[in-house]
Design a protein around this ligand. Structure first.
Ligand SMILES: [Zn+2]
Ligand SMILES: [Zn+2]
Length: 253
């Protein structure tokens, strides 16, 4: 006697498939329990205790323009000399914020997320970024977009980490999610100097063909190192019609 499985067109199939997924998840949770990326405590990808003790950037003393820590009075990151070095006459974003400093702990969150494929961390990271979005940014209709990974990085990881962050952030901030950019000739940035990164990024961001660009946007990335990729994204989006472009990253180097 053969036991036939219900065909995927059977009316009960969605319920059976959902039950199967729940069962598989329960088995996986038993064999490989969810553990905190930082302290290994079971139960969550980032436990509440670790989430509370991250090196958060103090928004009151950070630069109100670029989000650099301690830049409120005098910013060493977005002054004219730094901008000129990156090939810009003026700050290309309306403003930018970052949530945490890039330290050994926060770097571990980022690398576990994007290089070890722990995609559930996108939810934790986006929840943290969402708290740093000034309410006035979101007061009017504001869409959430992202700095796209290179095609090579996307292939290597199997997903685009910033895309996932943007999707999660749009959920946390109740904003429209808008994929708008691609990075067609974007070389791997990791081996480049600061100056090379700036030039490379500025040349290599373009709006997707046929995309309709909202007037007001937040562009998301995981880490802000020189600001070059956020600057390039903002420049491309402005050229395609965006009037207001903010930047938001989880960490800041
Ligand atoms: Zn923990
Ligand atoms: Zn600044």
């Amino acid at each position: 006697m053969t036991v036939s499985s219900p065909s995927s067109t059977h009316p009960l199939w969605p319920a059976l498939a959902a039950a199967r997924d729940v069962a598989l998840e329960a088995v996986a949770e038993t064999l490989w329990p969810t553990r905190c990326v930082l302290c290994d405590a079971p139960g969550a990808t980032l436990c509440p205790r670790c989430a509370q003790t991250l090196p958060y950037i103090d928004a009151l003393t950070a630069c109100s323009r670029c989000g650099a820590p301690h830049g409120a009075v005098q910013c060493t990151e977005c002054n004219p000399v730094m901008l000129e070095g990156a090939g810009y006459e003026a700050f290309p974003l309306d403003a930018a914020v970052s949530a945490v400093l890039l330290t050994a702990r926060t770097r571990r969150i980022v690398t576990t997320f994007k290089d070890q494929g722990e995609r559930r961390l996108a939810h934790d990271m986006a929840a943290i970024v969402a708290r740093y979005l000034p309410p006035q940014w979101l007061a009017e209709d504001c869409a959430i977009s992202y700095v796209p990974a290179t095609a090579a990085a996307r292939r290597r990881r199997g997903f685009d980490h910033a895309e996932l962050l943007a999707r999660e952030l749009s959920w946390h901030a109740s904003c429209e999610y808008a994929p708008l950019l691609r990075a067609p000739h974007h070389r791997d940035q990791r081996k480049l100097s600061r100056h090379e990164r700036a030039l490379n990024a500025a040349r290599s961001m373009e709006v997707l063909p046929g995309a309709s660009v909202p007037s007001r946007l937040v562009v998301v990335d995981d880490v802000c190192t020189t600001g070059a990729t956020l600057y390039a994204a903002a420049t491309a989006l402005r050229a395609a019609g965006a009037a207001t472009v903010f930047g938001a990253t989880f960490a800041r180097a």
